[in-house]
Write a protein that binds this ligand. Structure first.
Ligand SMILES: NC(=O)c1ccc[n+]([C@@H]2O[C@H](COP(=O)([O-])OP(=O)(O)OC[C@H]3O[C@@H](n4cnc5c(N)ncnc54)[C@H](OP(=O)(O)O)[C@@H]3O)[C@@H](O)[C@H]2O)c1
Length: 261
């Protein structure tokens, strides 16, 4: 009897499909971005963790990742600021020499009914949620084009499709991210760079814990699955796009418990 052999396809299945891949996650210190860093690191990625002010949390995440034997580095910078955003990307490129995956995740809310919304509340949200996507993506593109490979995942929101009371600024920023995704996907396909968006529904992070409890109850009653998403459930969708989504581009994938169909 011969030695048991495995079909080549099984042997070739990588346990760490993202080994050697450098992934930059904006806003990686907390919430969904943190879960994305962990999920991609578990799949072997080298993670560049960007944060703006939660230094201790970013460092703690870095320690956790290194403890598992994976590589990561932390890059402070406010991606709503064009100079800092581009500096963050260039620092990552200087350090790792390439970036394979960019996850534009950093985002904020400044909710207010439109008639009371200030210029500052409008601009802060558009700068953080939409303009940062332009700054980081434009800075990383030349290096991706040179290597004829790139995966860009933008974290949008169901609100960018449905609208939401008190979130005209946020809805406009996320609708912009979805349109940005589709238009850029057309331009970059010839360089083997895919551009997709994940649109979470309400997800259990600091962003949602800030909502008053009676409003939370109202939100839950609107969700067919009757619960908020866990950040890990959003991260798994990001990982799917990066690991198994080579033929997916220009798409917007809802991970929202059915709140918007
Ligand atoms: N939670 C939800 O229900 C939900 C639903 C749909 C979409 N989303 C989207 O998912 C993404 C993540 O949201 P989340 O719920 O995880 O929010 P979160 O818990 O408030 O975390 C936000 C993250 O973004 C970072 N960040 C904010 N402004 C930044 C800036 N200017 N530069 C760099 N980093 C910045 C924060 O870092 P620091 O702490 O260091 O500032 C933090 O790591 C956002 O784009 C959000 O719009 C969330």
């Amino acid at each position: 009897m011969g030695i048991a052999t495995f079909p080549e396809s099984i042997l070739a299945t990588p346990l760490k499909p993202l080994a050697e891949k450098v992934v930059l996650v904006t806003g990686g210190s907390r919430g969904i971005g943190r879960a994305i860093c962990r999920e991609l690191s578990q799949r072997g990625a080298i993670v560049a963790i960007n944060y703006r002010q939660s230094r201790a949390l970013a460092e703690n995440l870095g320690e956790q990742i290194r403890h598992t034997g994976e590589e990561c580095e932390i890059f402070q910078g406010d991606v709503s600021d064009r100079v800092q955003a581009r500096r963050v990307v260039h620092d990552v490129l200087d350090h790792f020499h390439h970036v394979d995956v960019l996850v534009n995740n950093a985002g904020i809310t400044r909710d207010r009914s439109f008639r009371k919304m200030t210029d500052e509340e409008w601009l802060e949200v558009i700068d953080t949620n939409l303009n940062s996507v332009f700054y980081c993506t434009s800075a990383v593109l030349p290096a991706m084009i040179e290597r004829n490979y790139g995966r860009i995942v933008n974290i949008a929101s169901f609100v960018g499709q449905s609208g939401n009371f008190g979130q005209v600024n946020y809805s406009a920023s996320k609708g912009g991210v979805i349109a940005f995704t589709k238009a850029l996907a057309l331009e970059l396909a010839k360089h083997n760079i895919t551009v997709n968006a994940i649109s979470p529904g309400f997800t259990s992070t600091d962003m949602v814990s800030a909502v008053p409890s009676e409003v939370k109850g109202q939100l839950l009653s609107r969700i067919p699955l009757r619960r908020f998403a866990e950040p890990e459930e959003i991260a798994k969708a990001v990982a799917f796009l990066i690991c198994d989504g080579d033929y997916i581009t220009g798409q917007q994938i809802n991970v929202n418990g059915g709140i918007y169909m």
